[in-house]
Design a protein around this ligand. Structure first.
Ligand code: C2E
Ligand code: CA
Ligand code: CA
Length: 594
């Protein structure tokens, strides 16, 4: 049955008219294009601003929205109901479902919220003809709801502020003692799980009382703020700095792998205090005394760690202020030794105190020298010869290893070249290479330049990299080592057996040789396990077509065992300790001139 307006109006009996015209709710009927077929008085007055219920017929919401916008043209960006209503009509028609919407827009300069219900209606064959709808003004309700939400937000903010105030120092904004102890307890729990070392630093400013007394509390307060700012700059994001009160601060350093880190952080922090503080035109020199306690060594509760850090701080004060002290005296001694050694090593590099010793690598089958390992020795002007075990780890930690290795390489390659020229057939020169070196962009150029300018051959150079270092970063190592290997340089894996190589990496690494670690050689031939490991490494090398050498060979029995099991390359005290260059030359003359 075709649909038309007259049909509809016929159905508008008197009773229905009475209802729709007097209800406060808005009622309407629209066709498929969103044009009004029917409107009651409430929608004409409250939403459409139509002069009577006839005016909207045949027009859509967009028409009224535009008209409303024009009457308030001073506010062109006003959101109006128009498109919103049209779109929700379409949704109802497209989905063929009755739906509830919340619609809002500006009417007569005010924001109006409507709760709207829209439903499709059909002809007798079930075809959708348009939509019917009701709308109710819920602006007041909505405003109450919005006010309530705003009040809750303010309350939440105040609660946060109160909580912050309860846990923070008002002057510096740093965590206070309460929060500090709380965090400390949390970090103790964390360290229990990770097994990592944690340090508590107790810091007391050295001359704060004098500043307060002579310049007044205002300046004193400003100093404390400046001090806390400067401290913050030297901390990692995971560290917690707090003000315990007065001029006392405390820091939790967690997640430490090495106690060396602590000394570094403290030294840097103290170093940063050397620059004077400028406060209200006063130039102030401020230093601090730092006490350190370590978890788990010096205590396993927040209370004991803080107490012991405090006690250590007093020791630092007694030691003349502007210094630090560990709770454990032994640690303080070690830290000082390390700082001393670091300074001395820097001087050593500058003053050319490093020299190279050589340890022959022999072919035990024919008793010829096939190469030699360059091992650094530090000849200190007062302390005499210092062995690498004492300073290589420090050099690694501080990055000095990069220059150190380059010094050794330069000296060794030059000396080694001479032995070639003398016809001593020194074989290959093995150079220990720290993996840190490979992270230096210019290393590749450095070594190329060095080898070429010394007129040495790449194939006579061998780098020893330790298994542990390579396996810490296998992918990067593989690509860096490949570049060197492509030049013709040999790569040997040092201390093999002490790290955790996976076979798949071993296959991919561009290597030529494995060096069986001394710890396995030590107990040959009697220890069944070490014998088995040694044999396994030798056969691994066979199957991967790698050379194999044993280090730390001291006895005839060890040598015989190795020879019998297919490892003829040998390095160790049995043949020679590491020796200075002149002696190495004599050694070559003795073995290789025969
Ligand atoms: P390494 O590379 O495993 O060197 C072998 C160490 O074992 C050397 O100690 C050597 O003197 C010692 N050794 C050799 N044969 C025997 C033996 O038969 N018995 C015993 N008991 N010891 C033996 P050194 O020279 O003190 O070097 C220690 C470590 O320092 C080296 O271990 C190496 O890791 C590192 N190193 C030495 N020189 C350098 C260098 O120039 N650069 C780098 N990055 N590391 C170096
Ligand atoms: Ca080595
Ligand atoms: Ca080794």
């Amino acid at each position: 049955m075709p649909f038309n307006l007259e049909d509809l109006q016929q159905h508008n009996s008197g009773l229905l008219n009475l209802l729709t015209e007097h209800l406060p709710d808005m009622l309407w009927v629209k066709d498929l294009d969103g044009k009004y077929l029917y409107t009651n008085k409430a929608i004409c007055d409250g939403l459409l601003m139509a002069k009577d219920t006839e005016e909207p017929i045949g027009k859509g919401d967009v028409f009224f929205a535009l008209r409303e916008r024009e009457t308030h043209s001073d506010k062109p960006n006003w959101h109006t109901f128009g498109e919103l209503c049209f779109n929700s009509d379409q949704v109802v028609i497209d989905t063929d479902k009755a739906m509830r919407f919340e619609e809002y827009g500006n009417i007569k300069g005010k924001l109006l919220y409507l709760e709207v219900y829209k439903a499709p209606f059909y002809d007798s064959e079930g075809k959708v003809l348009g939509t019917v709808g009701t709308g109710r003004d819920i602006t007041e309700l909505k405003n109450i709801q919005l006010d309530l939400q705003e009040s809750l937000r303010i309350l939440e903010k105040q609660r946060e502020q109160l909580e912050f105030q309860a846990n923070h120092d008002a002057l510096t904004g740093l965590p206070n003692r309460v929060l500090f102890m709380d965090r400390l307890n949390q970090f103790i729990e964390l360290s229990k799980r990770t097994g990592k070392v944690m340090a508590v630093l107790f810091i007391d400013l050295d001359s704060f009382k004098e500043i307060n007394d002579s310049l007044g509390h205002d300046i004193g307060d400003k100093v404390l703020v400046e001090v806390s700012n400067r401290m913050k700059m030297h901390m990692r994001s995971s560290d917690t700095l707090s003000r315990l009160g007065g001029d006392e601060f405390s820091i939790i350093l967690n997640n430490l792998t090495d106690t060396e880190d602590i000394t570094n952080i403290i030294i840097n922090g103290m170093e940063s205090f050397k620059k004077p503080f400028l406060v209200d035109n006063n130039t102030l020199h401020i230093s601090m005394s730092v006490g350190i306690s370590l978890y788990p060594n010096d205590g396993d509760t927040a209370h004991s760690l803080l107490k012991n850090a405090d006690a250590a701080m007093y020791k630092a004060k007694q030691n003349g202020r502007n210094t630090y002290s560990f709770y454990d005296e032994e640690m303080t001694k070690k830290a000082y030794e390390r700082i001393f050694l670091e300074t001395e090593l820097r001087k050593a590099l500058k003053n050319d105190e490093l020299t190279v010793y050589y340890q022959p690598q022999m072919n035990a089958g024919n008793e010829k020298v096939v190469g030699m390992e360059a091992l650094v020795r530090w000849i200190h002007p007062e302390m005499g010869m210092i062995f690498p075990d004492r300073f290589i780890p420090l050099a690694e930690l501080t990055g000095m290893i990069v220059s150190l290795d380059r010094v050794v390489m330069t000296k060794a390659i030059k000396e080694f070249k001479k032995w070639y020229e003398l016809g001593l057939n020194p074989g290959k020169i093995s150079l220990n290479l720290s993996i840190k070196q490979l992270e230096e962009e210019d290393f590749f150029d450095f070594i190329k330049e060095l080898v070429e300018s010394s007129e040495c051959l790449f194939k006579n150079i061998e780098f020893e990299v330790t298994e542990t270092q390579v396996m810490n970063n296998p992918e990067e190592s593989i690509s860096a080592l490949r570049k060197l290997n492509d030049l013709g340089i040999n790569i040997s894996i040092d201390d093999f057996g002490t790290g955790y190589s996976s076979l798949s990496y071993l296959k991919r690494l561009p290597i030529n040789k494995l060096k069986i670690d001394k710890s396995f050689v030590d107990n040959l031939p009697n220890d069944p396990e070490d014998s088995a490991i040694t044999k396994t490494i030798v056969s691994l090398c066979k199957s991967l077509s790698l050379d194999v050498i044993a280090e730390g060979v001291e006895t005839q029995e060890q040598k015989e065992f190795l020879l019998a099991n297919g490892c003829s390359l040998i390095q160790g005290y049995l043949y020679s300790k590491p020796i200075p260059a002149q002696e190495m030359q004599k050694f070559l003359e003795k073995y290789n001139k025969r």
